[in-house]
Design a protein around this ligand. Structure first.
Ligand SMILES: [Zn+2]
Ligand SMILES: [Zn+2]
Length: 244
């Protein structure tokens, strides 16, 4: 596990290529929980950072894929924390089903290859956890943390904005370069969610996968050509660059 201070009050913890965030906000707030095997590692990291793990009062989930909500059940119990997420994904977590049938590779050969190599064979089940509070679009969660509904990657996907920092989960990827997800439930909707995020004010962007962008993040999001208008079928075009 690695950790880094992204911003005063915002730590990024990375285990098995997945980022989890710790916000020093009204007690401690954890955003996402990593893989099912990451729970104990996260508790250790909290200690290493000098925090009493029992001070984590709440766990916010961006969505319930196994690499983000895998340790939700474990950490909820271990930390005595509440679990909060969008109603649409809460249904899955409570049944222990992490991935919807509509989830599949985004358009493009590269995405199909990456999907086949890294996602298709991943576990589709997670330990069940009960959700204590449903979050909806625009809601202030606590201490100025705002939930932004960003469907597409999953129907209940949420990004979180706190001060000048946007935590995107899998609404966009920053592995190699800034891009839309490798896999989605609804690709056009995922692009629309990214476009919507560009309307919010943020300086720093944190991702579920890949390093944070610590300066001018919104400008980079806006400068990125996510698509170039409607194609004949009415769908949005997306031009993925071949290199960063
Ligand atoms: Zn995901
Ligand atoms: Zn992920």
């Amino acid at each position: 596990l690695r950790f880094q201070l992204v911003r005063p009050g915002v730590y990024q913890l990375t285990d098995q290529e997945v980022n989890v965030f710790l916000l020093d906000c009204q007690g401690l707030t954890l955003i996402d929980t990593g893989h099912p095997s990451s729970g104990e590692v996260i508790v250790e990291a909290l200690r290493e950072l000098g925090h009493d793990p029992s001070l984590v009062s709440r766990i916010l989930l961006t969505h319930v894929h196994p690499d983000h909500a895998g340790s939700a059940a474990f950490l909820k119990k271990r930390l005595g924390a509440e679990v909060l997420c969008h109603r649409f994904d809460a249904e899955l977590l409570e049944e222990g089903v992490a991935v919807r049938k509509s989830f599949g590779p985004a358009p493009g050969l590269l995405n199909r290859l990456l999907y086949r190599a890294f996602i298709a064979r991943a576990a589709m089940e997670i330990p069940k956890a009960t959700v204590d509070r449903f979050l909806s679009e625009g809601e202030e969660v606590i201490g100025g943390i705002r939930a932004i509904h960003t469907p597409g990657h999953s129907a209940g996907h949420l990004a979180y904005l706190w001060r000048d920092t946007l935590i995107l989960g899998d609404a966009a990827l920053h592995v190699g370069w800034l891009r839309a997800g490798i896999a989605t439930e609804n690709y056009d909707q995922a692009l629309q969610s990214i476009q919507r995020l560009c309307d919010f004010k943020f300086e720093v962007a944190c991702f579920g996968h890949g390093p944070p962008i610590t300066k001018n993040a919104r400008r980079r999001f806006r400068a990125r050509q996510w698509w170039s208008g409607p194609n004949p079928s009415g769908a949005l075009n997306f031009h993925a660059p071949l290199s960063p």
